[in-house]
Ligand binder design. Structure first.
Ligand code: 5GP
Length: 210
């Protein structure tokens, strides 16, 4: 691809549609690699090992922490979630833009370690839509939905720590907006220091009559 991959964090309230957005983004564009997290939560119907998550026992997850195999991890509504290190490092090296679909504590840890990571926050247009989506999805019991909504209140306090806010009202538009944001990030002068240096040296050569 000839350019440095960007580490992209996508967070959002539970039910904001992050999973669907990620699927669509990966389907439309080849430049992205989606990190698969490890978790101690049980698979939902239809979820398979290694596709949505690597499903771990608490002991196995704690062993990954001890081995330094996770870039970050967090506890979310009574379960551990973490990002395996090896895949992220490998894909970034290959020049792919690596997406981490993680919650806010993890996002903060990523920003501490990778200052040039881009942080996006996805929301529905209002809270009512969020609750409706969670209930309609039907993958969690009502008590868990309540906990996830309480967690959303806490997360809403941290949205300003993200670089971009994306509203998922129209899926198509939302995916295009995310892709445009990332493409614009690639054009930032900070990310193109080598190119700028090269052109500057070439121009200096011309002005010396080379
Ligand atoms: P879910 O159980 O709905 O799949 O995920 C619950 C929350 O955990 C979501 O906000 C999701 O973004 C977050 N999450 C998933 N994987 C990771 C991870 O590797 N690290 C962190 N910090 N959060 C994660």
């Amino acid at each position: 691809m000839g350019r440095q991959g960007i580490l992209i964090v996508v967070s959002g309230f539970s039910g904001a549609g992050k999973g669907t957005i990620m699927k669509e983004l990966l389907c439309r564009y080849e430049q992205y690699a989606l990190s698969i997290s490890a978790t101690t939560r049980a698979p939902r119907p239809g979820e398979t090992e290694g596709k949505e998550y690597f499903f771990k026992s608490q002991e196995a997850f704690e062993q990954m922490i001890a081995d330094g195999a996770l870039i970050e991890y967090a506890c979310y509504v009574n379960h551990y979630y973490g990002t395996p290190r090896a895949y992220v490092e490998e894909k970034l090296k290959e020049g792919r833009d690596v997406i981490l679909e993680i919650e806010i504590q993890g996002a903060r840890k990523i920003k501490e370690q990778f200052s040039d990571a881009v942080l996006l926050f996805v929301t529905t247009k209002d809270a009512k839509t969020l609750k409706e989506r969670l209930v309609k999805r039907g993958t969690e019991e009502l008590s868990v939905i309540e906990k996830r909504l309480q967690r959303a209140v806490q997360e809403s306090e941290g949205v300003e720590e993200y670089d971009y806010l994306v509203v998922n009202d129209d899926l198509d538009l939302c995916v295009s907006q995310i892709h445009s944001i990332i493409e614009s990030e690639h054009q930032k002068t900070d990310r193109n220091r080598e190119k700028i240096k090269k052109i500057r040296e070439e121009l200096k050569g011309f002005s010396k009559g080379e």
